[in-house]
Design a protein. Structure first.
Length: 299
C-alpha cells in the first residue's frame, strides 16, 4: 500500500478525531463516505494533455465541492476521494465501442447498462487498494442510448429496484429502516466529463458539483422529488417511528403529482444549482451513508 493511499485511509479512519478537515469536526455527527474513481479513455481528462497530477486534482476538487456545497452542510456527510496504490486515479480503456464514440457508455433503461461492466473493471484496476465493495465513480465521455443517440443525462445511478420494492417498500420507507451493509455494496455513479473543471468557470463548476451531489443522493437511496410529504401520509415528527412516504421511491403517486411543481432541492429533476436537503432526505441519507462500505462515523 502506497504512502499516499495510506495517508488517505488514515484520514478516513481518523476523520472524526481531527478538527476542520474538509469541513468535518469531531462532533459525533459527521459521516465520511469513501469514493474510488476511474476515468474512461475517450474523455478529455484521459488525453495526453493531462498529467495524472492534474486528473487527480480535478477529481478531488469535484468530489470535495459536492461534499462541501451540499452533503456536509445538508446532512453531515463528507465524500472522501481516495487514491490507488500508485497514488493516482486509474484510466480505463473503452473495450466495447459498439455505439457512439470511445468513452461513451450505453444506458438501457430496461436492463443492466454497460456501466455495470465498466464499474467492475474499475474495481479490478484498483486492485489491492480497493476497499471491498466501495462506491465507484466512473468519468465518461457521455451517456448514450443503444442507438448512439444522447440520453440527455449528465449523470446516472441505476436504482436498486429490489431494495426499493422489498417487503412492499417497508424496508426503505418506514422507520426504523430494515437496511443492511450488504444492501449498499458494489454501487457506482456514471458522470459525464466535467469540462468546467478543466476549463474553469465558477458558475459551471458549481453546477457540476450539484450534478454529482444529485447522483450521490440516488446512491443514498433518495429518489427524485422535493423531499417533502406533500400529501401528509407519514408521521410528521422525524424522530418518530412509522411510515416515511415521500418522493419517487417511497410515494410514487405523490411524486407524479408533484414532480414539476414541488420546491427545488438537490433531488429535484433537473435540479441544476439547488443544494437544499430536507429533513426527510437527511434522515434517510444518513442511515444509508453509515452503511456504505468503508464509511466512518455515527451508526
Amino acid at each position: 500500500m502506497s504512502i499516499k493511499l495510506y495517508s488517505r485511509l488514515s484520514l478516513l479512519i481518523g476523520i472524526l478525531a481531527v478538527v476542520n478537515i474538509q469541513g468535518c469536526k469531531d462532533d459525533g455527527y459527521s459521516i465520511a463516505v469513501p469514493i474510488c474513481t476511474c476515468v474512461l479513455r475517450g474523455t478529455l481528462m484521459s488525453t495526453e494533455n493531462f498529467t495524472q497530477a492534474k486528473v487527480t486534482s480535478i477529481v478531488d476538487e469535484l468530489v470535495t465541492n459536492a461534499s462541501e456545497v451540499v452533503w456536509y452542510p445538508g446532512a453531515g456527510i463528507t465524500l472522501l476521494e481516495l487514491l490507488n496504490e500508485n497514488g493516482d486515479i486509474p484510466i480505463l480503456d473503452d473495450t466495447d465501442v459498439f455505439a457512439g464514440e470511445k468513452g461513451d457508455v450505453v444506458w438501457n433503461p430496461q436492463g443492466i447498462s454497460e456501466g455495470t461492466e465498466i464499474a467492475g473493471r474499475c474495481r479490478a484496476a484498483w486492485g489491492k487498494s480497493l476497499i471491498p465493495d466501495v462506491l465507484v465513480l466512473v468519468i465518461t465521455r457521455s451517456i448514450i442510448n443503444s442507438d448512439g443517440s444522447s440520453t440527455g443525462l449528465t449523470g446516472l445511478v441505476e436504482p436498486g429496484r429490489k431494495l426499493i420494492e422489498r417487503n412492499q417498500g417497508a424496508d426503505l420507507c418506514s422507520l426504523p429502516r430494515n437496511l443492511t451493509r450488504d444492501d449498499m455494496k458494489g454501487k457506482f455513479i456514471l458522470l459525464e466529463d466535467p469540462k468546467p473543471y478543466i476549463e474553469p468557470n465558477f458558475y459551471k463548476k458549481y453546477y457540476w458539483s450539484t450534478v454529482l451531489a444529485h447522483e450521490m443522493g440516488h446512491i443514498l437511496m433518495l429518489g427524485h422529488g422535493d423531499g417533502l410529504d406533500n400529501d401528509s401520509d407519514h408521521l410528521r415528527q422525524p424522530l418518530n417511528s412509522g411510515p416515511r412516504l415521500f418522493d419517487e421511491y417511497c410515494d410514487p403517486v405523490e411524486y407524479q403529482k408533484e414532480r414539476f411543481v414541488g420546491t427545488d432541492n438537490v433531488m429535484t429533476e433537473k435540479s441544476g444549482y439547488s443544494k437544499a436537503v430536507t429533513d426527510l432526505q437527511r434522515e434517510l441519507a444518513r442511515t444509508v451513508a453509515s452503511l456504505m462500505p468503508g464509511a466512518q462515523g455515527p451508526n
